[in-house]
Design a protein around this ligand. Structure first.
Ligand SMILES: [Mg+2]
Length: 376
């Protein structure tokens, strides 16, 4: 069958839920359980593509959105027309693009790119026009906002895994955040790149105080210092602080990212492919950032293996890619969902993560794991 004749025959969404062996603690709160949706797009050629979207605390609802809202406009269409399908799916949302539906679209869009790669017999990064990267720089994410002894032990663990870039969660009060920055710099030494992530913990004045301390300690970036909605706050902060600002994981589309990018509010943009409309929209965000000389660093967080694989494909293709968020803690949905681990902290080479080179996303699903973690 010629590729031009392909048609989507079914879209199946698998809601998954998993209790983490060690809960993440950020300045925002604790995350003991994660939920994602594995999306399966089937075609009449027998080629099946896989995608993933965030599920937050409601993966069953996300799966229903995919099967009830998106599937009816996909079945019968050519999966290779991914840009036309993105627009068709977007039009199922009346109103400003964002939220759950854009996340649901992300899951489908990633699966469509997986199909396209499998049809072509090429990894997605080559379909995108690759930078030819077999490996990409990776940073450890993240030292938890627990007590000093745990933070120090976690930092030593990350160094032992070979990381040369480490992110540190910080929160209120300001003096504790600064003390944590000092501690981790002491433990890591002067040559390791360090960054912080406050997950919106501060207001502009507080963030300014923390940012000044970080600059003095030679930190690399300050992530989500203030709430994502406060774009003018980012602009004000950028004008006053020496430390580079990073944000974007809380936004959905290129139009949201545009506010941060064209106002030069951040030096690093961090879309999450499982939230920001999939590979198509994330690529548009990375390209827009490139036009404004802003770096692109994929956000992965507590997503699963398909999000990781898609992020690595984008990382290998984006000219302005900076570094990949490599989670340093156990998560079965990331480490066991595919038959081979992908982008895993236990398999770094000189602090870098390997880019899957097989067709599509370059991964295969372990269906026993899907069954084990199915949400109901
Ligand atoms: Mg973050």
């Amino acid at each position: 069958m010629a590729a031009a004749d392909l048609a989507i025959t079914d879209v199946i969404a698998h809601p998954l839920s998993c209790r983490l062996p060690k809960p993440q603690r950020t300045g925002f709160g604790d995350y003991p359980v994660i939920e994602i949706v594995l999306v399966e797009v089937r075609t009449d050629a027998g080629i099946v593509g896989f995608g993933e979207c965030l599920g937050r605390a409601g993966s069953v609802a996300y799966a229903q959105a995919i099967e009830r809202i998106l599937k009816p406009v996909l079945v019968g269409r050519n999966p290779l027309d991914s840009q036309a399908l993105w627009r068709t799916m977007q039009r199922k949302l009346s109103g400003r693009s964002g939220g759950m539906l854009i996340e649901a679209i992300a899951g489908v869009d990633i699966a469509l790119w997986d199909v396209a790669g499998k049809v072509a017999g090429l990894p997605v990064h080559r379909l995108l026009g690759s930078m030819g990267r077999a490996r990409v720089d990776a940073y450890a994410s993240s030292i938890n906002w627990y007590d000093d002894a745990q933070a120090e032990a976690e930092t030593r663990d990350c160094l032992a895994l070979g990381f040369r870039q480490i992110k540190v969660k910080i929160g209120k009060p300001v003096k504790d955040a600064i003390r944590r920055c000092e501690l981790i710099r002491r433990v890591a030494g002067g040559d390791v790149k360090l960054m912080t992530d406050s997950n919106w913990a501060f207001d502009v004045d507080e963030a300014l105080a923390v940012g000044d301390a970080m600059a003095a300690l030679d930190y690399w970036w300050f992530e989500e210092p203030i709430p994502a909605e406060n774009v003018s706050g980012y602009v004000a902060l950028r004008a006053k602080t020496k430390v580079r600002l990073a944000a974007g994981e809380s936004d959905y589309t290129v139009w949201h990212a545009r506010e941060l990018i064209e106002r030069q509010a951040v030096g690093v943009i961090q879309p999450d492919v499982a939230r920001s409309g999939g590979i198509s929209e994330t690529r548009r965000i990375a390209d827009l950032a490139h036009a404004f000389h802003v770096a692109y660093a994929p956000h992965v967080g507590w997503s699963g293996a398909i999000c990781v694989a898609a992020s690595l494909q984008l990382a290998a293709a984006a000219p302005n890619f900076l570094t990949y968020e490599c989670m340093a803690y156990d998560n079965p949905l990331r480490q066991a969902l595919t038959t081979e681990p992908v982008g895993d902290s236990r398999h770094l080479i000189d602090g870098q993560a390997a880019v899957p080179q097989g067709p599509g996303l370059g991964v295969a699903i372990d269906w026993d794991v899907v069954a084990r973690y199915r949400a109901t």
